[in-house]
Ligand binder design. Structure first.
Ligand SMILES: Nc1ncnc2c1ncn2[C@@H]1O[C@H](COP(=O)(O)OP(=O)(O)O)[C@@H](O)[C@H]1O
Ligand SMILES: CC(C)(COP(=O)(O)O)[C@@H](O)C(=O)NCCC(=O)O
Ligand SMILES: [K+]
Length: 279
């Protein structure tokens, strides 16, 4: 079995993948706590031959996790943001400072779709762009839905947006604090994604497919007007691409990859931008 770990600021996600059949056998998530106890919250390591890790948690959390895993598992791979990987040139001035979850998302997106816009809706919402030739432009970071809500300190933090809510209902004016806040942060997130996408496609003269991942991807997806696909395992896809272990991975097949969405034409994107500039 292969254990894949995606340690984010809020949740540490894991999945077990069969190294022969490439099937996902189980998955789970635990809070990424200050005092996260590596090992206590992840599956039985006896069946694990290799571990692949993407982590944006504090260095000490990662170091402890790796030290513990190395005692029981022979192959432990820790992904890093590099200046260049798999034909993608990292757009950061200091490539190592790009969040490795973003780098994994960009590599997976490029492998699947070529140039793309990779959006990760987690603790933060990150919006990254890579052009068809492999140039990563950098991206945008805004607070995620939960962080935006908590920052208001209106006592609404415990009433999360129902992930099954329809976008139309979320875009109506709220008639009580919790709805006003939930609808407000939702509108902030989806309009930022729509606008940023259009601005960058306009600047670059190219209509790119958009891929969405992260804990809030499903609900955000309903409000994003740009054609896109949701790929819950996009960060894991980067791990598969950069450190292929199974037959399917070596053949370039990424688990759970969606069909690449067809972007609307650049003319339409530009017309929409021109219209919003009038408002
Ligand atoms: N069951 C859940 N538990 C916690 N957060 C959830 C859950 N479902 C959706 N979320 C949302 O997903 C976000 C965490 O998403 P995730 O992509 O795992 O973030 P990160 O990678 O930053 O840890 C939370 O901030 C929250 O808004
Ligand atoms: C921007 C992030 C906090 C997003 O993390 P997440 O919401 O997935 O937990 C993470 O990618 C990070 O710590 N990045 C380093 C800074 C940067 O990418 O510029
Ligand atoms: K994120």
């Amino acid at each position: 079995m292969i254990l894949d770990l995606d340690i984010g600021n809020t949740l540490s996600k894991w999945r077990l993948k069969d190294s022969v059949s490439s099937e996902i056998r189980s998955r789970g998530a635990v809070w990424t706590r200050e005092e996260w106890r590596p090992g206590a919250d992840i599956p039985d390591l006896d069946v694990v031959e290799a571990v692949r890790i993407s982590s944006v948690a504090r260095a000490a959390v990662l170091d402890d996790t790796v030290a513990l895993l190395r005692r029981q598992v022979r192959h432990v791979f820790v992904a890093r943001s590099l200046p260049e990987s798999l034909g993608v040139i990292n757009g950061y001035d200091e490539p190592g400072r790009l969040g490795v979850d973003r780098w994994m998302g960009v590599l997976a997106g490029y492998q699947l779709a070529g140039g793309c816009c990779a959006v990760d809706c987690g603790s933060a919402i990150t919006i990254d762009f890579v052009l068809p030739g492999g140039t990563h432009l950098g991206g945008f970071i805004i607070p995620g839905l939960r962080l935006m809500k908590e920052s208001l300190k209106l006592g609404t933090r415990n009433v999360a947006i129902d992930p099954d809510s329809e976008a139309d209902a979320l875009l109506e004016p709220g008639r009580r604090t919790v709805d006003a806040v939930n609808h407000g942060i939702y509108m902030a997130a989806v309009s930022a994604i729509n606008r940023i996408y259009s601005e960058v496609c306009d600047q670059q003269g190219v209509a790119l497919p958009m891929l969405l991942t992260g804990g809030d991807a499903r609900v955000v997806s309903r409000g994003v007007r740009v054609p896109h696909a949701v790929w819950p395992d996009m960060v894991y896809g980067g791990l598969e691409a950069i450190c292929p272990l199974t037959f399917a991975e070596r053949a370039g097949r990424l688990a759970g990859a969606p069909r690449v969405p067809e972007p609307v034409s650049l003319e339409k994107i530009r017309a929409a931008l021109a219209f919003s500039a009038l408002l």
